[in-house]
Write a protein that binds this ligand. Structure first.
Ligand code: FES
Length: 280
């Protein structure tokens, strides 16, 4: 059992929770995720990226959007309540080294999993420039946290209600076109955002790392739902990723696959019990 210690509503349907998980908190590295199960009887397993952790207190911070059956159930939990199972840390950690200047781009809720990468890149001695993008001011998250690590922070919104009215690719292009250009970039957000970040950086030969965590389902390598094409090869995001060289990812194929169950998810709040069915 893992107790929820605090809960904060970051925007209309985005929540931040601090949860007791001492072993995960001690072992986790930037880029890794957990599998959370609200109840172990028939509860869906959902992968969530670790947005922050406190090894001394034995806690992890998760950020999620209440969009499906399980995240809606999680959103109504309160401090003091428990989730029955947290498994992790899972996935390959982000490759961190001293690159020089690193551009980190986060869109929407993707800003949360970007945060530990920003921390780790800064700690490794990089100059870190962070670009946060959101549809509007109310949806901008983790601004203060990012300010603690970013050498420069740019905020853009689609409607201009906060920061500059622009898409993230606009400042990204400006930084890539500058001299000297960035040595590395990282993008986490909606697939379409990552696709256009990839295109923008490709123009200037800037490497880009993308996290494809949004396509994962059970997160264990069993369901096959997270299959993507990277450099012409089939990869599974939960075991081979979740991060990949963005210049090799087939984003169109990924987006097509992500739409496959959309109608069902929207209409009946379907829960995935594939691995539970397997052990029955
Ligand atoms: S999420 Fe099921 S195989 Fe990767």
């Amino acid at each position: 059992m893992n107790q929820i210690l605090s809960k904060k509503q970051l925007s209309a349907d985005v929540y931040e929770m601090v949860v007791e998980a001492p072993l995960v908190a001690r072992a986790r590295k930037a880029g890794q995720f957990i599998i959370l199960q609200i109840d172990t009887d028939w509860g869906e397993r959902i992968p969530l990226t670790i947005a922050d952790a406190d090894a001394e207190k034995g806690t992890i911070t998760i950020v999620f959007q209440s969009v499906g059956a399980t995240t809606l159930k999680l959103a109504i939990k309160e401090p003091g309540d428990c989730v029955e199972n947290i498994l992790g840390p899972l996935g390959n950690p982000t490759h961190i080294e001293k690159f020089g200047t690193v551009l980190c781009v986060g869109g929407g809720i993707g800003v949360a999993p970007l945060y530990p990468i920003v921390q780790a890149m800064k700690t490794a001695g990089n100059k870190v420039i962070v670009i946060i993008g959101a549809r509007s001011k109310e949806l901008v998250i983790f601004e203060e946290r990012m300010r603690n690590y970013a050498d420069e922070l740019i905020i853009v919104t689609d409607d201009g209600s906060y920061g500059k009215k622009a898409l993230v690719t606009e400042p990204l292009k400006e930084f890539c076109a500058a001299s000297p250009k960035p040595d590395m970039s990282v993008a986490i957000g909606p697939p379409v955002m990552m696709k256009f970040c990839e295109k923008t950086t490709a123009e200037f030969n800037v490497p880009i790392l993308v996290s494809l965590n949004t396509i994962m389902i059970d997160g264990t390598g069993m369901c096959g739902g997270c299959r993507v094409t990277v450099g012409g090869e089939t990869k599974f995001v939960c075991v081979d990723g979740p991060e990949f060289d963005g210049h090799k990812v087939d984003f169109d194929n990924m987006m097509l696959r992500m739409r496959a169950f959309k109608e069902r998810e929207d209409t009946d709040h379907h829960q995935c019990h594939i691995e539970l069915e397997a052990v029955k």
